[in-house]
Write a protein that binds this ligand. Structure first.
Ligand SMILES: Cc1cc2nc3c(=O)[nH]c(=O)nc-3n(C[C@H](O)[C@H](O)[C@H](O)COP(=O)(O)OP(=O)(O)OC[C@H]3O[C@@H](n4cnc5c(N)ncnc54)[C@H](O)[C@@H]3O)c2cc1C
Ligand code: FES
Length: 281
């Protein structure tokens, strides 16, 4: 049996600075061993523990798609006082990084097949939603899903992640994109407004639809009532929770909410499941 604490060795192949403040970077990692690359199978919504050797590890959602066979991508926000995220941001191309995973459950991909998809994202929590959109838009998968509507927002134009990819999606016919910023600048010609308000204007139909929603707690707080008003049932609203974690495999008890371990039973939960969690959450 494999040791679940042993990180797999990867090398940073590419680093993309995502935002003007430069505290969001996407790391493209390639496996050092072909055998380990072939053994690493993940699904959209899962995460991994990234190790900076000699510093520590931290959980990060997988931002690339399972269809991206050659690499893994992770988008990491640097916390000013964050041990591992600072160390990651100081790494360069060629640095060896450990990857422990894939961990956690995933978005309900099988249940999503044949359904219309409404994807709602805010801020840098967009990472695993980006993985899912890349997966759905892949030519081998697109026909398995119905309409795809995306509502994604950030504080300002400079804070939007994956800017080139967003442009490409906007030019496609098989995804309806609504990109918004809280406040635009002189060059911004797109939508202005908070994600819940834009979602209410777009008003996607709940018919045969599942919605994936990831964002900061304040966005979730105002988005969930909009979805309910639009007619989405709590078990058709899927979200991903973030908690402080240690082991990532349900053994240390650091991440539990009531009887649920977010690392093992989640991080993906339906709104129906979230409502059943203890009230303090
Ligand atoms: C399942 C999951 C997926 C995640 N995906 C991503 C991702 O895709 N990209 C990304 O940038 N981050 C993601 N995170 C958050 C990331 O794990 C933390 O930012 C990271 O652990 C901070 O590590 P650090 O050593 O730099 O900070 P630490 O030195 O541990 O702490 C620095 C500061 O950050 C705060 N902090 C640390 N972790 C969290 C947290 N989980 N929530 C709120 N505040 C926190 C601490 O309170 C402290 O103020 C995810 C977390 C989980 C559980
Ligand atoms: S992080 Fe150890 S049980 Fe979840």
């Amino acid at each position: 049996m494999k040791n679940p604490y042993r990180p797999i060795l990867t090398t940073i192949q590419k680093i993309t600075v995502e935002n003007e403040v430069k505290d969001l970077k996407t790391f493209r990692l390639v496996f050092c061993s072909d055998e380990e690359a072939n053994d690493f199978h993940f699904q959209c919504g899962q995460f991994a523990e990234l190790t900076v050797f000699g510093v520590g590890e931290c959980p990060i959602g997988i931002a690339s798609s399972p269809m991206d066979k050659e690499f893994l991508e992770f988008t990491v926000k640097r916390y000013p006082d964050g041990l591992v995220t600072n160390a990651l941001h100081n790494c360069s191309v060629g640095t060896r990084i450990g990857v422990r995973g894939p961990l956690g459950n995933c978005f309900p991909m099988e249940r999503m097949e044949g359904r219309n998809m409404v994807v709602v994202g805010g801020g840098f929590a967009f990472t695993t939603l980006r993985s899912t959109i890349r997966y759905i838009l892949h030519e081998a998968n697109r026909a398995k899903f119905g309409n795809l509507v995306l509502v994604y927002g950030a504080r300002s134009p400079g804070e939007l992640l994956y800017k080139d990819e967003l442009k490409e999606w906007e030019s496609r016919e098989d995804i309806e994109t609504h990109i918004t910023v809280d406040k635009g600048d002189e060059s911004w010609t797109g939508k202005e407004g908070f994600v819940p308000a834009v979602l209410e204007q777009v008003a996607p139909s709940p018919d045969n639809a599942i919605t994936l929603v990831c964002g900061p707690p304040i966005m979730l707080k105002f988005t969930l009532p909009v979805l309910t008003k639009l007619g989405f049932e709590p078990n058709e609203i899927v979200t991903s929770l973030e908690m402080r974690m240690k082991c990532g495999i349900g053994l240390c008890g650091r991440c539990n909410i009531g009887s649920k371990y977010v690392c093992r039973d989640g991080p993906v939960f339906t709104y129906e499941q979230v409502q059943a969690l203890p009230a303090e959450f």
